[in-house]
Design a protein around this ligand. Sequence first.
Ligand SMILES: [Zn+2]
Length: 349
Amino acid sequence: MNYEIDFLPVGNGDKSGDAICLRWQEDEKYKVMVIDGGTKESGEKIVEHILKYYGTKTVDYVLNTHPDQDHASGLSVVLEKLTVKELWIHRPWNHTKVIIDYFEDGRITENSLKERLEKSFKYVKPLEDIANEKGITIKEPYQGKQIGIFEVLSPSKNWYLHELIPDFSKTPKQKVESISTESDSLIERVINWIAETFDKETLKTDGTTSSDNESSVILYTKINEKGILLSGDAGSRALNKAHEYKNNLSDNLGFIQVPHHGSRNNVNPDILDKILGDKGQKNENKTAFISAGKESSTHPRQSVVNAFIRRGCKVVQTKGTSKRHRNGTPDREGWSTAEPLEFKKKFQE
Ligand SMILES: [Zn+2]
């Protein structure tokens, strides 16, 4: 089966987002999917990309992995300018009856909770509005759902509604990020340079990320016997749940998206062993893509790049450019083979 996966650059600064287009052949015709839309500007780029390289105005599936601005907002442009058949988003405001008990505010009602959730999902709610206006089918991406050839591995509906959503409001993202930044700077004051070898790994075992990142939709499929795993900004909690649900993930894995732009808070040696296989793989039989902001100093982390290379991955990053992984689809004028990132034995983090 012919297919291609395009990672488009998001913005020009130090922030990182995702804007991913892909298509696969089904009985002579291609199915087209967009996973996250980056900023509004990247939304425009996605539209141009699909018209130019996929030669169609129709997108079969649009998915938002989680509600961050750099992942969600560009999708409104895609919905407005192209013909979209299905929109896949989480809509927690439709489940207030189930979750209201987690919100311990005496005066809270189902209606006020609905409003509060819609407000905090301010880049996703407009997608629902556009879809309703245009008569686009809306579905929620929970574990076990099938989106074209992809299966959703995480989050499960239960975990999402009963643990992640209540935690969204209690633990604002900034809190989790600032805790980890503090401990990072403490380590950096002591060790400026990190030394690794192909066998010696320094990637920490206790990295954590926010519940909104953990709510990222994790997708899996097998094409031509090779596994493809797309992970948004998921962290080790979600990746472990995905692995529990499908524990042969590492079998013949061919392509993986490095979660959260190569942050070291989202992966650890244990979960990477489960997904990629043990370290010490000299044969680079997998491809790993990283969406990283052009000027970002923290995306990707070299310790993460090394960890993926150690487990048999050729690692490619966007850093302001588009990158494509393909099988059997046509050549493109002016596109050349991407230069993979190098394994580094000494680096600053
Ligand atoms: Zn992100």
